[in-house]
Design a protein around this ligand. Sequence first.
Ligand code: AOS
Ligand code: ZN
Ligand code: ZN
Ligand code: ZN
Length: 424
Amino acid sequence: MILDKQIIERHNNDLMGQHNKKFQLLAEEISGLNEILNKLQRFQIAIPSWALGTGGTRFGRFSGRGEPATLEQKLEDVGLLHALNGSSGAISLHIPWDIPRDVQHIKQLATDLSLSFDAVNSNTFQDQPQQKYSYKYGSLHHVDPRVRQQAVEHNIEVMQYGVELGSKALTIWLADGSSFPGQLNFRDSFLNTLSSMEEIYKHLPADWKLFVEYKAFEPFFYSTTIGDWGQSLLLANKLGPKAYTLVDLGHHLPNANIEQIVSLLMMEGKLGGFHFNDSKYADDDLTAGCIKPYQLFLIFNELIDGMDLRGIDHATGLGWMIDASHNMKDPLLDLLQSVEAIKIAYAQALLVDRVALRKAQHENDIITAQEILQGAFRTDVRPLLAEARYREGAAINPLQLFQKESLREELVRERGEHSVGTGL
Ligand code: AOS
Ligand code: ZN
Ligand code: ZN
Ligand code: ZN
């Protein structure tokens, strides 16, 4: 389904009066308004192909309706999100779930929908039907060099697909780990992972980045071979300048200070990108900002501080991706909420008076420092986001439009009630 531009125009006309009132009120209080709007308009967050369908838990899966069953339909879903919010202009693919059979056709469709291809993701956490060796005991860290080689070759193949599509990064997330003490030798596992990654790194195109994602636990429960940012940073440093750490917000142990991690990775020039989501307990993969919006704001506060210091462009300097799983909500509505939450945190962080904050820090003025941060966080920036969307030709209120126009029903009519997506 391609959304008719007129539907968006009609929606915007209906909401314009109300929107303008709210926007003007806020605009008066904000200095550098146009610059902020400009930044908001340019800021794009990639949608993962695997988040467009209903996921499930290990206890079951309750299918959604009208889910995308093919790569084309996944692109159309992201195209729809992008038409609505003007901020989802990229898709992150997963091989082998999204192998493009006809590359030219897929590229053309993406161009028609104004989408680009973000990082490609490899998969050595599942066995595929034709595969010779099993990943039951891991992939890049495996004790058997033949398994490692098979996993290396898979990553090389993923990069080849990415090159054809115009991606510029490979994200490696490994399930490799152990569930019982004594099962693995930590040093051997790390060194095997390093040598496998060195092999992959050799094949990385000159203008590509390699993102090394870490995760504290799950699917294994005693150790994960790339379990935290230290292990990821060690690998990235040993691999070379094109390797970076990727931070998935759900991959930390409870109460980890993620904003501090982000700040130091940025200082080292080794922060590659993000998988946004939110969680209460572990890798819950919930809607960004639904549980800890202040944390999301504090992360953006550090990001902007670090990026501005290093002269990194906010929109293009890092890989901005969502990684989410939907079991309860309509995936498209949920993704609209996630993008909105991420951009709210970004906009609020743009409001922080950095000169005043520095001054307060130097004077040990904790009260003022807290007032500055919370003042920005407690500003309702939603009219700014709506204005940025309007200027992009997108919808003032994407969520409302989606529901009012019954867009899911349209998709169900097109695809059928029980189409099967590959949600994680
Ligand atoms: C797994 O927990 C990681 O978050 C991965 O980034 C991601 O969910 C996976 O690669 C999707 O298949
Ligand atoms: Zn992730
Ligand atoms: Zn995850
Ligand atoms: Zn996940």
